[in-house]
Design a protein around this ligand. Structure first.
Ligand code: SAH
Length: 351
């Protein structure tokens, strides 16, 4: 595979353009073209010889939309093809205030969470920063958005992969997507979800990127957490909470916990009480969701009734908490489900 031009910052594009002997305004045209979601060959403002020169070193198309599915609630799910033939997925959710795109950060994942489809085939490889960015550039363009009027207004790093297991590429991506010359999406409109790699959480607090830091908790103590999340054997909840507080101290951003309600595992009244005891008084919010059942996995979703009871207990205990509706569940909305069914040959779904 050749290099990917979307990996480059505006500064790097300027240097590349100068190295190719082109005048400075070509750098702006090139970066604008990329930001509009174009492949190199599609940027009509650039002279052919310059494009030829670029194509000797860079992939023309870093990522393309392979398939698009639209669910009954308007949620869109995308399968993307990478230049090396790997396939990843993403989701676009529409809300009153705009459109939120969920991006993948790795092909597969090696964290091994028992409820998650992304981890079924292990980690294939990291995505480059440009491959993460291109998911947004392509979807924004597909929906008729551009740099001035973005169709994608919010981004969540909650697709396949563990963002902090691909730390430097994810940080480069975040710098590029928030860059004023690029899509210029504010860090406040970006959420990054981690299973709790505490050492990387610590480093990230010093990057100066004040986004919505989200931690997948899914349990109230380390022992029970380790039953569904192997990462709990490495990082204790107490250490993760200390890093959340550090992030808050450095950025002023309150943090968020993801808690997927699993029948017979983490959704009893006892767990709600323990969660209140663990989080009370902290500058945080709890996002509850009923487990999205994955056909390859045996874990089951908590009943609607117990999910609402759980929510009520958290709120009564003084926590800020919401129960998210399961969006896009008819189109394989949960992490890694669409890719897993595609790779499994179950790819003739016509939703
Ligand atoms: N690796 C990161 C990013 C994934 S984000 C992380 O662990 O946070 C996706 C979120 O959905 C995480 O909170 C993850 O734990 C959760 N999740 C994965 N599979 C799920 C499923 N089948 N049902 C409900 N939540 C799920």
């Amino acid at each position: 595979m050749k290099a990917i031009i979307q990996d480059l910052s505006y500064e790097e594009i300027k240097r590349l353009t100068a190295d190719c002997g082109q005048p400075a305004f070509r750098a702006k045209q090139l970066y604008e073209g990329i930001t509009q979601g174009k492949d190199i060959s599609q940027i009509s403002t650039l002279p052919a010889p310059f494009k030829q020169r670029l194509l000797a070193d860079f992939e023309d198309c870093a990522l393309s939309i392979l398939k698009e599915f639209t669910g009954a609630d308007g949620t869109k799910k995308f399968l993307f093809a990478l230049a090396d033939g790997n396939v990843i997925e993403g989701v676009l959710m529409s809300y009153k205030y705009g459109n939120t795109q969920c991006v993948s950060t790795q092909v597969g994942c090696r964290m091994g969470c028992k409820f998650c489809a992304s981890t079924l085939g292990g980690l294939v490889r990291n995505l480059t920063s440009g491959e993460i960015l291109s998911q947004i550039l392509k979807v924004n363009a597909r929906l008729g958005g551009d740099r001035q009027k973005r169709a994608v207004t919010n981004v969540v790093l909650m697709g396949s992969g563990e963002p902090f297991d691909n730390y430097s590429n994810v940080v480069s991506f975040l710098k590029n997507v928030t860059s004023p010359e690029g899509l210029n999406i504010s860090a406040r409109n970006i959420s990054l979800s981690t299973c709790g790699l505490a050492d990387k959480m610590h480093d990230f607090a010093d990057e100066g990127i004040p986004l919505n830091l989200t931690v997948s908790l899914h349990a109230t103590n380390d022992e029970e957490r380790a039953r569904t999340m192997p990462v709990a054997n490495k990082w204790k909840i107490s250490k993760i909470l200390a890093e959340c507080d550090n992030y808050f101290a450095k950025t002023g951003r309150r943090y968020i916990f993801e808690y997927s309600l699993i029948e017979g595992e983490n959704s009893d009244a006892r767990h709600a009480e323990e969660l209140v005891a663990l989080l009370k008084g902290r500058p945080c919010h709890v996002n509850l969701i009923r487990l999205n059942e994955v056909k390859e996995r045996t874990l089951r979703a908590a009943e609607n009734k117990s999910a609402y009871r759980f929510l009520g207990l958290l709120q009564k205990g003084g926590l800020s908490a919401t129960l998210r509706r399961q969006i896009g569940s008819d189109i394989g909305g949960a992490c890694g489900q669409l890719r897993a069914s595609y790779l499994g040959g179950d790819n003739d779904k016509t939703h």
